[in-house]
Design a protein around this ligand. Structure first.
Ligand SMILES: Nc1nc2c(ncn2[C@@H]2O[C@H](COP(=O)(O)OP(=O)(O)OP(=O)(O)O)[C@@H](O)[C@H]2O)c(=O)[nH]1
Ligand SMILES: [Zn+2]
Length: 213
């Protein structure tokens, strides 16, 4: 097991007070965080988000993507439910890192889409893995979740890792003129469930049949 629990503390936010739990991946040296609220260890499926780091969207107010909006909405939803967990995963730029993401943005400024840009740089479209999630959730006593995501790969990865995804909860927020192309490419090339995509023939689902399968 390469995930090691380090410490917990209070984390007051505009959405209420969370408990922050720090973990270290001893293989990669990455430091991951879980923000929890309420009694999440009682066996009932827990409202959850596995959020991949996006410095530009989460901290620098970028409108190129939907990440910051999704993070905010996830924290707000957990707070409204009074119970849930947000995993903040340090895999910036879908796993290629911040500086390569800036290189990819540069290619996108010249007309490439988000997938083409990754590929031109010699990366896969999505280099993430979610192997840290199950041990982080297990440490918190969580085995079943209601996962806030539009990403079918994330649902499958967590299910394959042994987490029961009892439900997928759509998380469609923050669409704007700057990220329209990015979101449409996610739907058409990466299979994301996005309702307002403008792409014909894209699956629309708010509670997937395959979730948990
Ligand atoms: N390489 C690359 N990474 C990006 C780009 N835009 C956002 N990201 C990263 O993509 C990750 C977020 O992935 P998304 O596909 O938006 O969302 P997701 O987490 O897979 O799916 P949701 O759960 O529905 O949000 C973060 O790590 C961002 O840093 C981009 O244009 N290129
Ligand atoms: Zn982003």
């Amino acid at each position: 097991m390469s995930i090691r629990y380090i410490a917990s503390s209070k984390l007051p936010t505009p959405f209420g007070e969370f408990t922050m739990h720090g973990f270290e991946d001893t293989e990669t040296g990455k430091e991951h965080v879980a923000l929890s609220m309420g009694d999440i260890g009682n066996g009932e499926p827990v409202l959850a988000r596995a959020h991949s780091e996006c410095l530009t969207g989460d901290a620098l107010f970028s409108l190129r993507c939907d990440c910051g909006f999704q993070l905010e909405e996830a924290l707000r939803s957990v707070s409204v439910a009074g119970r849930g967990v947000v995993l903040y995963l340090r895999q910036e730029g879908r796993g290629i890192g911040l500086l390569n993401k800036i290189r990819a943005y540069n290619l996108q400024d010249q007309g490439a889409d988000t997938v083409e840009a990754n590929e031109r740089l010699g990366f896969g479209a999505d280099m993430r893995n979610y192997s840290m999630c199950q041990p982080m959730l297990a440490h918190l006593g969580v085995s079943a979740i209601r996962l806030m995501t539009n990403n079918p790969r994330k649902v499958k990865a967590l299910s394959d890792a042994g987490v029961t995804v009892a439900e997928r909860v759509a998380l469609e927020v923050g669409r704007n003129p700057h990220n329209r192309g990015y979101l449409d490419t996610k739907a058409s090339k990466l299979g994301h469930y996005l309702q307002q995509t403008g792409q014909p023939g894209v699956a629309i689902s708010h509670q997937d049949d395959e979730a948990g399968a």
